[in-house]
Ligand binder design. Structure first.
Ligand SMILES: *Cc1c(COP(=O)(O)O)cnc(C)c1O
Length: 501
């Protein structure tokens, strides 16, 4: 399998090169040049396999330049009982006969980013070996909260790699911040940026595109790469759990082979839901992909109108991992549904850069709407959704998953579609415990308590244990305290690199 850039000016090249580069040098994103197809028999056959075996089956056709052993060993290092606290890795929990929740947060950092970031470092190190790379890889990450910690955990002390994470100073929860600033490991840097996530992300993108910076770090024997969902190595492991969820529904007799299901995906950068699109392309029986947004509902507007317009106020919400106005991975979708038309993609991305918006043609919009449906939840609706989900099903969800469940209700009301539906649960309720506790407990119980006290209260209330990744967080020592302005991010990178060599 070879990969080419969505902007049409780089590739095709093998998976190892695409994963090592992260972003294509022409500013585009790498996409597979051929479609992988699974037959219904293949899909039925994986229903008797473990998550690890399912992962190998899905990854293999995308990583044809990797040996079977390399894929198997990457999968085994990523998805094991030392890292995941559930033997199914991504367990499917039934709320009722037609509605299930796919729990993607049993990894070390309690959010779905672990599903990809536990395996990416292994794929990346093997990609470096395969391409004869002698320089060390310097991973730069912009995070809205969850990617940063998941990438730090995935890359800490991995030989020949170093990682720098930038997070928006006021854009992450107390728990997320503590998870990052207490990070251990000899190859890690963590910096707060004065600004929001889009400022942080555009700062990182600017560094990647800056040849002077590339040369400066090359002088220190480092080469940049990305662990953001623009890297194909992050996307491909996410395709696995769509198949895995369907396989579980089959194994439980909840769907018949070939029966269509919907997936509801709480969405920010469009990475998670894009993996669902690829799963559908591969033959998974998916009716609709429901894109659930919060008040930063730029994607809902796009899916309903064909106009992507980031010229709007950035809102801070209680689902901060979805507080994003530039959904990078949408570029891959546009490329695929226009029949790989790099010229049109380049024009739309240029418009986005110059004017802050673009409008797709009617045929493209029709394509989008035949696959996707979208709505959003504001914070009040999100809180109500946490409460209602607990009242109806006795099930505790985090704020992002609650957005998904709210939008699922809207979808059913609006379309009457009764098909079996899987809502992707992207974080443990303990990760965003302050909002969850406030939704489920009384005002008197929660008033004046910090996130760490609420963690324990939520555990007592729900009878669920505090996940090990969050337990004792308040007592860990803070190791990273630097705050930088957006235009000082390159200096922070150079300081980090110089301190290391
Ligand atoms: C990252 C994240 C999302 C959004 O996922 P995208 O791939 O960026 O669309 C949703 N929920 C949580 C908890 C996340 O960490």
């Amino acid at each position: 399998m070879l990969y080419a850039s969505t902007r049409g000016n780089h590739g095709p090249l093998p998976a190892a090169e695409a994963i090592k580069l992260g972003i294509a040098p022409d500013g585009g994103l790498f996409v597979p040049t051929k479609r992988v197809m699974l037959s219904l028999e293949d899909i039925v056959a994986i229903s008797s396999l473990s998550y690890q075996q399912r992962a190998i089956k899905i990854l293999q056709p995308y990583l044809t330049d990797f040996s079977m052993d390399q894929i198997r060993s990457s999968v085994e290092k990523a998805y094991n009982s030392a890292s995941f606290d559930h033997s199914d890795v991504a367990p499917l929990t039934e709320l009722d006969t037609k509605l299930s929740v796919l729990e993607l947060w049993h990894g070390p950092t309690c959010a779905f980013k672990d599903m990809a970031l536990q395996i990416l470092p292994h794929l990346l190190v093997k990609s470096m070996e395969k391409t004869g790379e002698s320089a060390g890889i310097l991973i730069l990450v912009a995070t809205s909260g969850d990617t940063g910690k998941a990438a730090l955990e995935g890359f800490k002390d991995v030989p020949h790699t170093a990682i720098i994470v930038f997070y928006p100073e006021k854009g992450v929860s107390e728990v997320q911040k503590m998870q990052m600033v207490t990070q251990e490991g000899g190859n890690v840097g963590v910096y707060a940026v004065r600004g929001n996530f889009d400022d942080t992300q555009s700062g990182v993108k600017a560094i990647f595109g800056d040849t002077a910076m590339q040369q400066a770090v090359a002088g220190r024997d480092f080469k940049f790469s990305s662990a953001n969902s623009i890297n194909w190595g992050r996307l491909v492991p996410q395709i696995v759990y769509y198949f895995s969820a369907y396989a579980d529904l089959l194994a439980r007799g909840r769907v018949k082979p070939g029966e269509m299901v919907n997936f509801v995906v709480p969405t920010g950068n469009f990475g998670n839901i894009l993996a669902g699109f690829y799963a559908r392309q591969m033959g998974l029986p998916v009716h609709r992909l429901v894109c659930a947004a919060n008040e930063n509902n730029v994607l809902t507007d796009f899916i309903t109108s064909g106009i992507y317009n980031r010229n709007r106020d950035f809102k801070r919400t209680i689902s901060p991992s979805m507080d994003i106005l530039i959904s990078s991975n949408l570029e891959r979708l546009l490329y695929e549904i226009t029949g790989q038309d790099a010229v049109r993609v380049r024009q739309w991305m240029a418009d986005l850069g110059d004017k802050g918006f673009y409008t797709v043609d009617d045929a493209t919009l029709e394509q989008v709407q035949s696959l996707f449906w979208s709505d959003y939840a504001d914070d009040a609706a999100t809180m109500l959704s946490i409460k209602e989900t607990y009242r109806r099903f006795g099930y505790v969800v985090d704020t992002h998953t609650a957005v998904g469940l709210h939008v699922y209700d809207r979808y059913r009301q609006s379309t009457g579609d009764e098909r079996s539906t899987v809502v992707l649960s992207t974080a443990s309720p303990f990760k965003f415990n302050a909002s969850v506790a406030r939704a489920l407990l009384s005002e008197e119980q929660t008033a004046g308590r910090d996130e760490f006290a609420l963690l324990q209260m939520l555990s007592d209330f729900s009878g669920l244990p505090v996940p090990s990744g969050l337990n004792g967080l308040a007592q860990r020592s803070v190791r990273h305290t630097t705050v930088v302005d957006r235009d000082k991010m390159p200096e922070a990178v150079m300081d980090f690199v110089e301190a290391r060599k």
